[in-house]
Design a protein around this ligand. Structure first.
Ligand SMILES: O=P(O)(O)OC[C@H]1O[C@H](OP(=O)(O)OP(=O)(O)O)[C@H](O)[C@@H]1O
Ligand SMILES: O=c1cc[nH]c(=O)[nH]1
Ligand SMILES: [Mg+2]
Length: 212
């Protein structure tokens, strides 16, 4: 029996095309960064598709009318440092009023366990829907630890948005955070012995910031 991975795959052709360019090892830092921002914008457009609306009354230059505006919770965006920063502007371009929190997490290269080193959040996280962004979901350790930290700080409504995920990482999020909807642009094959996603795109942080 095939196992069910609970993730929304946003397979819009524009996203898939841009992701292929990002995967290519000959793509340099400038293009990699721009592509990630563009994809994040397109993904934000898709994940907000079901956000609730309400009707208000306005007056256009021509007539009074009822028109729709967003009705749900206010939004916060939380990039997981460093690589999550590469998705921040794309989301904020779509949701300009969003507050931004930062969670610093790096993965110990030997143990592959996440190490937290920074956390600064808006003071009203409990009243917001937080979109947590990180391009890579590998073992799932970093994203799971970030979600746990945000819950400890009072967050009640969370969405996780990643670019590329390994099945291992999706399983961890499904198990440890079944309440958190997960959106990805692609589910790759597996992790290699160093915990890198295969085929993946390499180290996202290093490719965004040119620290290879
Ligand atoms: O699912 P995991 O196995 O935890 O791996 C994924 C994490 O690894 C990368 O961060 P990295 O540790 O390279 O830090 P960086 O963003 O500073 O480069 C990536 O951006 C994720 O945060
Ligand atoms: O493939 C991977 C795995 C973890 N972090 C990355 O940046 N890439
Ligand atoms: Mg990295």
């Amino acid at each position: 029996m095939s196992e069910e991975l609970n993730a929304h795959v946003i397979d819009h052709p524009l996203i898939q095309h841009k992701l292929t360019l990002m995967r290519d090892k000959t793509t340099g830092t400038k293009d990699f960064r721009e592509l990630l921002e563009e994809i994040a914008m397109l993904m934000a457009y898709e994940i907000t598709r079901d956000f609730p609306l309400k009707e208000i009354e306005i007056e256009t230059p021509v007539a009074k009318c009822k028109a729709k505006v967003l009705a749900g919770k206010k939004v916060g965006v939380v990039p997981i440092l460093r690589a999550g920063l590469g998705m921040l502007n794309g989301v904020v371009n779509m949701i300009p009023a969003a507050r931004v929190g930062h969670v610093g997490m790096y993965r110990d290269p030997k143990t592959l366990k996440p190490v937290e080193y920074y956390c600064k959040l808006p003071n009203d996280v409990a009243e917001r829907t937080l979109i947590v962004v990180d391009p890579m979901l590998a073992t799932g350790g970093s994203a799971s630890a970030a979600l746990s930290l945000l819950k400890e700080k009072g967050a009640k409504s969370l969405i996780l948005m990643c670019l590329v995920a390994a099945p291992e990482g999706i399983r961890v999020i499904n198990k440890e955070h079944p309440d958190v909807p997960l959106y990805v642009a692609a589910i790759d094959e597996k992790l290699n012995e160093k915990g890198y996603i295969v085929p993946g795109l390499g180290d996202a942080g290093d490719r965004i910031f040119g620290t290879l």
